[in-house]
Design a protein around this ligand. Structure first.
Ligand SMILES: Cc1ncc(COP(=O)(O)O)c(C=O)c1O
Length: 480
């Protein structure tokens, strides 16, 4: 029987299509209100750390080196006050088969798809995840389709996005190339329904638990090198899986005092779904255009409950500017002999600034690098930006206006990590939860969930709820 392919009909079948394509019945974790049983979802639907280590080892994912950046540390110390300048390390995730930590996520998703008899996998992504899924599908013998927003309406593509499109195709995937707009999700649903392939979503428990090995390995390697736990681990943040998986791995390694910091490129003012802004950004991930919406409303994802919940794990969130990241990308190459891509260098930029606030005896680990290539280098990015009338100059990065200019720091001492107020993000998240459920009252279970999901405390959540005129019922079991 031919199914109705109209937009409304396909959207109407969304839950049914997703259930088949992910194989998880999310309703069993639901409470009927704001809360859901996150840990049970991760345990029941995901894999144990030991299972994932075995799955990933078989496909050459993980066990990437941890490298001390002695020359960048020396530069940071030159700029820092006497006695300051923490040792900076990076975990070289570019050594994964597809060149980024996304291989960890893809390895478990593709393994799960194969185990459950799916013939192929589909991923909707413009990022490294497409290449990661393509690489894992090639290794594990499944078909792969990547649905990618590649172009603006004039069919012009951003160099980094085209780079990733080439990578997916080179790895044997079929790439469905779309221009920016709402048809992505519709096309994705149609393809899932037509092919019966697995939805290798970025946000399932399989994907996120795949990243736990990163945090776990990082701590084990760091202990072996230094005999201690790192003081800070800094994680480039976009959709939240990187922060979530890494932090969960750190917790599983029992590193109790390591601070987890998220870092994003500040692209405030640019709109992600806008055709005109699409090509005005020089960074395609690890930026605030994903980082803030996903932190404040993770369940916007393509699955009913997102396993990536960054506010649950972030101790601090800092922003850097595009020009600063280009500068550090070049510094990493010329000072350390490591040419790496933009996303990992986002947290490295922040680490370079934060190290200068920390004591010499302290340590900070940048938990990933990513590969670089023809479309990811600063040069094609800056040339493309200039062709889009974005001014490029040396100066004070604080004056950078996303989409208007890119300011390379006149001196490395001008590189900063700017704190984003996490309480602001937590407040928005609580508001979004309440609105999504149309709640006027919440029960104790929901209250506990909100405290955990925002890594805050009862006083903070109660105060936000009071400002929203939401009553908290005293006993568990009350209706929302
Ligand atoms: C190399 C790299 N680093 C970091 C990120 C951010 O990860 P997440 O979206 O899980 O926050 C991405 C995501 O696109 C990425 O490809």
């Amino acid at each position: 029987m031919m199914r109705d392919k109209s937009y409304a009909a396909v959207m109407g079948r969304k839950n049914e299509i997703m259930k088949k394509a992910v194989g998880i019945d999310y309703s069993v974790f639901e409470s009927g209100g704001i809360s859901f049983d996150y840990e049970r979802m991760m345990a029941d639907a995901g894999y144990t750390l030991e299972e994932i280590q075995r799955i990933q080892a078989e496909v050459h994912v993980g066990n990437t080196p941890l490298i001390e950046l002695k020359n960048l540390t020396a530069l940071a110390r030159k700029l820092a006050p006497e006695g300051k300048g923490a040792r900076i390390f990076i975990k070289d995730e570019a050594c994964n088969p597809s060149g980024s930590f996304k291989a960890r996520r893809a390895a478990t998703a593709v393994y799960h798809a194969k185990k459950n008899g799916y013939k192929g996998v589909i991923a909707a992504t413009s990022g490294n995840y497409g290449a990661a899924v393509a690489s894992q599908a090639a290794m594990q013998g499944l078909k792969c389709i990547v649905v990618q927003e590649c172009y603006d309406s004039k069919m012009t593509g951003q160099p980094e996005i085209l780079e990733k499109q080439r990578a997916c195709e080179a790895l044997g995937a079929e790439v469905v190339q779309l221009s920016v707009g709402p048809e992505l999700f519709y096309t994705f649903l149609c393809l899932l329904e037509e092919t019966g392939y697995f939805n290798a979503s970025l946000y399932t428990p399989f994907g996120i638990s795949g990243v736990e090995t990163l945090g776990y390995e990082l701590i084990a390697q760091f202990r072996e090198k230094t005999g201690k736990d790192p003081d800070k681990v800094i994680v480039t943040h976009a959709g939240g899986g990187n922060v979530t998986g890494t932090a969960r791995g750190i917790i599983k390694a029992n590193a109790k005092n390591t601070e987890v910091i998220g870092a994003s490129v500040d692209l405030s003012g640019l709109h992600m779904a806008s055709d005109t802004d699409f090509n005005r950004k020089s960074f395609t991930t690890g930026h605030t255009g994903f980082g803030i919406p996903f932190a404040t409303w993770p369940d916007r994802a393509d699955v009913p409950r997102n396993a990536a919940r960054p506010l649950r794990y972030m101790d601090r969130y800092v922003l850097v500017k595009q020009g600063e990241v280009f500068y550090i990308t070049e510094s990493l190459a010329v000072l350390e002999g490591l040419e790496r891509g933009p996303a990992g260098n986002t947290s490295l930029t922040a680490a370079f600034a934060l190290a200068q606030e920390m004591d010499e005896t302290e340590t900070i680990v940048v938990q990933e690098t990513e590969y670089t290539g023809a479309g990811k280098h600063p040069l094609p990015q800056l040339s493309f930006a200039r062709a889009n009338n974005i001014e490029i100059k040396f100066g004070d990065p604080d004056e950078e206006i996303p989409g208007k200019n890119i300011i390379l720091p006149r001196h490395p001492s001008m590189i900063k990590a700017r704190d984003f107020d996490l309480n602001k993000a937590r407040t928005s998240y609580i508001k979004n939860c309440v609105n999504a459920c149309n709640a006027t009252k919440i029960n104790q279970e929901d209250l506990r969930f909100l405290i955990e999901d925002t890594k805050s405390n009862e006083d903070f959540v109660s105060q936000v709820l009071k400002e929203l005129n939401i009553e908290v019922l005293r006993k568990t079991g009350g209706k929302t």
